[in-house]
Design a protein around this ligand. Structure first.
Ligand code: AMP
Length: 361
């Protein structure tokens, strides 16, 4: 089976690493000459709107999937004429726009921060008055890793904030005084079967995920699964979907969904019976889903900007290095390490050891 992937970054690369042993081949469509997934499959170097190359991809593969959600709607619609596309166009339409996403949470009675659509500075002034400060202004589309957003704490921050984010459609959200951030990685097959990984506790550094720790028997697991199920069923979703939540007042508030494999699920490569990457491929290919059970205490640490001394990383027992083969650049995710240990105390000690290497890099 040949799988077409829109995007050829590290997520595409890890999909291919998981799918190759299943007998799958891969083609990646990505305009970047140095797309790091090209080491694992064919690289169709073209823009996402290039219909000739999209048609070439569609003709070559059995199905198409995505490694990022900001794919133009026309690209998805065009491909869907010729080849099965998972997840479906509607899932991408909702997930790529924070207004559609938050409106869906509201419709499904999933708690989420107060929010308002912002098309102008006048809209922002009115929404800041009704939602109150602090609040977070976010571009409706194309935001990631803390980019395209601004925390508004004082009235002076509101003045000109719309222009500062580029005068594009935005969303204003109430600021959530969360005690933690967790994510749930779910997978749903073509037949509707759904499985969930354990909730993951996430820590960010300057808006970028730095550490994910898989939980054991998290008290909010069932609630998170309930909320995620509502979304998966509403969208008739196929594939892996990640759901990010704020932990607040002993409950959960939905932040966002990602209609793809997710950074907070990388620990599953070594830490779960079947990784998120393999399960995404199983789901889109119509194969039986794999077990989402943890196989130890597990955590993932991102390497941002550069990979620390690989000899030292590899010298830590129970530590698995993932080097994406990308050029090092400030703020760029260039690799990660997964830890898998027998008990939590050992895991915590090893997290500290990897963090020390990251600090030295
Ligand atoms: P996002 O791109 O929406 O995932 O936001 C990036 C990060 O900003 C989140 O992981 C939170 O740490 C923080 N953040 C986003 N929205 C809010 C909010 N409404 N209240 C408090 N913190 C937020």
């Amino acid at each position: 089976m040949k799988i077409g992937v829109i995007g050829g970054g590290q997520l595409g690369r890890m999909l291919a690493l998981a799918g190759t042993p299943l007998g799958m081949n891969f083609a990646f469509l990505d305009p970047a000459p140095d797309a790091c997934a090209q080491a694992l499959g064919e690289h169709i170097r073209a823009d996402y709107g290039d219909q000739d190359h999209l048609r070439q991809l569609a003709d070559e593969v059995d199905l198409v999937t995505f490694e990022f959600e900001s794919v133009p709607a026309e690209t998805v619609a065009f491909l869907s004429q010729f080849v099965p596309v998972y997840p479906c166009a509607e899932s991408l339409r909702i997930a790529r726009d924070r207004w559609f996403e938050k409106s869906m949470f509201k419709e499904l009675s999933i708690p989420t921060p107060a929010f308002a659509d912002i098309q102008s500075q006048a809209d922002l002034d009115a929404a800041a008055a009704s939602i109150g400060l602090p609040a977070v202004l976010k571009t409706r589309t194309l935001g990631y890793d803390g980019k395209g957003q601004k925390v508004l704490r004082a009235a002076s921050d509101v003045v000109d904030a719309f222009a500062e984010l580029g005068s594009v459609p935005c969303l204003l959200e109430g600021f959530v005084p969360f005690s933690g951030e967790v994510s749930l990685v779910a997978v749903r097959g073509r037949d509707g079967e759904t499985r969930f990984y354990p909730l993951v506790h996430n820590t960010h550094d300057s808006g970028i995920l730095s550490l994910s720790v898989a939980s054991s028997d998290h008290p909010l697991q069932a609630l998170a699964e309930d909320y995620a199920s509502r979304v998966l069923n509403k969208l008739n979703y196929v594939g892996v979907l990640a759901f990010e939540f704020f932990e607040v007042d002993g409950g959960l508030k939905a932040n966002e969904i990602a209609p793809r494999v997710h950074n907070s699920g990388h620990w599953t490569i070594e830490g779960a019976e079947c990784s998120q990457f393999e399960n995404h491929l199983r789901a889109v290919a119509g194969l039986p889903l794999g077990s989402t059970a943890k196989v130890g205490e597990s955590a993932m640490l991102n390497f941002i900007g550069e990979v620390p001394d690989v000899r030292k990383v590899m010298a830590i027992d129970d530590c698995h290095l993932h080097h994406y083969g990308k050029a090092f650049k400030v703020g760029r995710k260039v690799g990660h390490a997964t830890l898998r240990c027998a008990d939590r105390a050992t895991l915590d000690a090893k997290i500290a050891a990897v963090q020390a290497l990251i600090a030295q890099a």
